[in-house]
Design a protein around this ligand. Structure first.
Ligand SMILES: [Zn+2]
Length: 284
């Protein structure tokens, strides 16, 4: 039997796209020491890459270069900021991992559960996403299998390995937000979000007094919604300390801004992590 071209395309094996993992040792230098990392930064919206060779996963999504460059496609500056923060915090936590997404959140928003309408958004703020409209169940499942499930498996695996080694890694989800959303200007510069565990968040809020950034708890939006998906599925089940940080993206759009904000946030995070870990009850 001869396959038609369309059949061959339909039968092409889809890629598995796990998270990208970067590591820092306890001395703050790049590298991995499996025994010690006590901090995991997660950046689910790190990338604006599109699966251009994979129309089965949406290809270029039919979006413009402007949309692809905008906050709709990714968290501008969040990865660069995370790369500045990790080596600054690694000496305190015995090393650090940074786990980040390989593709744009417009392909699949890794911080949304599969039953959430925003997981594969047909529209984001003012941007229509043509490649996400009228998708069949099979097309949605393809993105789940290729993008969402491998990413979550990567995060679960990194956490499980550390927990089995006796570590209690602190989990920090790193995000950025746009200064203007649907025409509304946002004054907050640094948002600290918490869900049901506010330990790190409250310590961080206290430590941030006088830091020079307009800092708010649960702004520009509350974590008591679907935006806490990552920490809910990865930190809460093992009762790991966690929080979610949101930095206004005009502050971290370039490397100089990322280094400046990391310099402000690092001592606040060191203080909050130390307070939270100091209060940790022994596990039976
Ligand atoms: Zn984000």
């Amino acid at each position: 039997m001869t396959l038609t071209r369309m059949d061959q395309t339909a039968q092409r094996r889809l890629p598995q796209l796990p998270a990208i993992v970067e590591t820092w040792r306890a001395d703050g230098r790049p590298g991995r020491d499996d025994n010690t990392p006590g901090l995991i930064l997660i950046c689910e919206h790190a990338s604006n890459a599109l699966p251009l060779d994979w129309p089965e996963l949406g290809g270029d999504l039919g979006i413009s270069a402007a949309t692809r460059a905008s906050h709709a496609a990714w968290d501008i500056g969040a990865l660069g900021l995370s790369r500045e923060l990790a080596p600054r915090l690694a000496p305190q936590t015995g090393g650090a991992l940074l786990i980040h997404a390989p593709l744009s959140r417009l392909v699949y928003d890794l911080n949304r559960p599969p039953d959430h309408a925003g997981a594969i958004p047909p529209r984001s703020e003012v941007h229509d996403i043509p490649g996400n409209t009228s998708l069949t169940l099979e097309q949605r499942l393809a993105r789940l299998e290729s993008v969402y499930l491998p990413f979550q498996a990567s995060v679960s695996a990194e956490i499980a390995r550390l927990v089995m080694r006796g570590k209690r890694p602190v989990i920090i989800a790193m995000h950025s937000f746009t200064p203007v959303f649907l025409g509304q200007r946002r004054e907050v510069e640094f948002g600290i979000l918490f869900d049901d565990d506010d330990d790190i968040a409250q310590h961080l809020m206290l430590a941030s007094r006088g830091c020079g950034l307009v800092t708010r708890l649960n702004e520009p939006y509350t974590a008591q919604s679907s935006v806490a998906h990552t920490t809910r599925i990865h930190a809460r089940p093992m009762r790991l300390h966690h929080t979610m940080l949101e930095i206004r993206n005009d502050l971290i759009a370039d490397p100089a801004g990322q280094a400046r904000i990391a310099g402000i946030l690092a001592p606040l995070l060191r203080s909050a992590i130390s307070e939270a870990l100091g209060n940790e009850a022994p596990r039976l």
